[in-house]
Design a protein around this ligand. Sequence first.
Ligand SMILES: *Cc1c(COP(=O)(O)O)cnc(C)c1O
Length: 348
Amino acid sequence: MTPRFFTDAIMTDQPATGAHPTMPTTVDLAAVEAARERIKSLCVVTPARRSVDLSAEIGTDVWLKLESMQPSRAFKLRGAANAILSLADPQETGVITQSSGNHGRAVAYVAAQLGIPAVICLSRRTPNEKVEAVRRLGAEVIVDGEDQMAASAVADRIAEERGMVFIPPFDHPDVIAGQGTIGLELIEQCPGLSTIVVPLSGGGLASGVAMAAKSVRPDLRVIGVSQDHGAAMHDSIESGHVVEVEERPSWADALVGGLPTDNTWTLAMCQEWLDAVVLVSEDEIADAMVYAFNTEHLVLEGGAAVGISYLLSDPAEKWGSGVAVICTGDNIATSRLLELVAERRARM
Ligand SMILES: *Cc1c(COP(=O)(O)O)cnc(C)c1O
């Protein structure tokens, strides 16, 4: 049987925990502390830069956690590094995933650094520059399948054929623990921290950060932010189970996508650990990208700017003594960002 991570447990109708020898039974603070040690050689302790302008805007200290400064240019490196470094024999098996976005890049980067064979499966719809970007990271790229679902089926088949380990983008304890390392860094970096604002899609980031940070500091508030249409985790938390959402284009393309119905970890953890999930509009996301560029001189993709969107859209919220905003990545074509900046300038 393919040494796939968690799906084996689901498929065989066994409880998810314990069905696989390497499958942890919980994700706790100790797992995040171990991840922190494990990923040191591959990941950067990113700066939490105090924003003078945002602090003035909302009347309390605001720090921007610059995950776009990871070598793969998004926080997904942390989870991918922790998952791959936790494997028993990755050189032997190799790793595989399906993503044209930050997760695919992270897996490709880690594998290249460790000299591990990696396959990244992309759909035929993936823009050429994205295919090339993954290829440049040194991974074998397989372009097959009409859409993400089909590319995912291709990845499953190749994993089975070659005995490669599939690295999931969010719903895995080692991935969640890796992302959680951000929470521990923030507590040390931001004096007087009271609130953490986290972009939210599949919830690996939010689960890890909220659990880790609140295990150390139970008084902290952690707020997830998603785009206001097709917000799968938001809708699933409201319904108490995984709900299907309609996928529509968004500035926050990294946040678009449903939750697979076999979700094992992140929905339960987001339900348990998040204080609130808020939604921001396309206009607010675009505004925040432009604000980050003009005011902070930061390039942020839409998914990375939703935290700033929320601060700017609700400056009167009770923010407490200090707010950390996770700026998750910078995977946007500069031409698109510059067009947006020019368009907003023309409107003024
Ligand atoms: C993946 C991603 C997110 C969301 O992370 P989840 O763990 O899926 O919630 C946010 N921002 C960027 C840039 C991402 O790539």
